[in-house]
Design a protein around this ligand. Structure first.
Ligand SMILES: [Zn+2]
Length: 243
């Protein structure tokens, strides 16, 4: 049965298809994950070129049978300034996009997660904060939104509020080293940064601390999802900061 859908969406993936086409994996706040073909997107005069770039966001009109949707038209968001060009920004966006792709389902809206991804993309695009710091703040908030919120007030094993903090999905959040010696260690300012992030603020981290915190959060996220985030492997090729 053919249908027409008008929805805001972010491009999570754009796979090449034949010469000039793209198959888009879209994240819609109302419909969750959608797959749609952008026919002729790479043609020189195509109006769908801007619609077919990873992390493009805007209003998509899609039409077709549910398994064979095509992009009919696209109106970019005010925040959309064309393709991301900064390598660090692309790599970090890729990790957050991959997290969303693991969580969202077809025909199941996820407006909170969508809003977080859009916000994170804006921060990564403009480079006001180091990319790894943005990743830490938004990965925490996405974990919260997806129902995997780590407890970050005290050790989940013994209740201690001090001690070198560790993070572990199995424990449900923070834990101290003597309780969970094999959990991931956080940098000294890590718990405070996470509490700020949960309030919607992006705190300051050194590049080294941001890298360590990101590693712990990624481990937590992958344990929560029960699958690897392959996009995270690319973080090693990007600096912990973007300048
Ligand atoms: Zn403890």
């Amino acid at each position: 049965m053919a249908r027409t859908i008008t929805t805001q969406a972010i491009v999570l993936r754009a796979a090449a298809y034949r010469d000039h086409h793209r198959i888009l994996t879209l994240f819609s706040p109302q419909y969750g994950q959608l797959t749609a073909a952008a026919h002729g997107a790479l043609g020189a005069k195509s109006k769908l070129r801007a619609a077919s770039v990873p992390y493009a966001s805007g209003e998509y009109v899609l039409s077709g049978a549910s398994e064979r949707l095509s992009v009919v038209s696209f109106a970019p968001d005010a925040q959309y300034y064309g393709a991301m060009t900064d390598y660090d920004a692309i790599v970090h966006a890729g990790v957050l996009g991959a997290f969303c792709q693991c969580v969202i389902l077809p025909d199941q809206g996820a407006p909170g997660l969508y809003a977080l991804l859009l916000e994170a993309l804006a921060y990564l695009n403009f480079g006001d904060y180091p990319a790894r710091t943005v990743l830490c703040a938004y990965l925490l908030r996405m974990l919260d939104e997806a129902g995997f919120a780590p407890a970050i007030q005290q050790c989940m094993c013994c209740g201690a509020q001090r001690g070198w903090p560790m993070l572990e999905f199995e424990s449900g959040g923070l834990c101290c080293r003597k309780c969970r010696p094999n959990a991931c260690a956080l940098p000294r300012g890590g718990p405070a940064f996470l509490r700020q992030a949960r309030q919607g603020q992006i705190g300051a981290l050194t590049a080294q601390d941001a890298a360590q915190l990101a590693e712990a959060l990624l481990k937590y996220a992958q344990d929560a999802l029960g699958q690897p985030l392959r996009a995270a492997a690319l973080l090693d090729t990007a600096g912990p900061t973007n300048s």
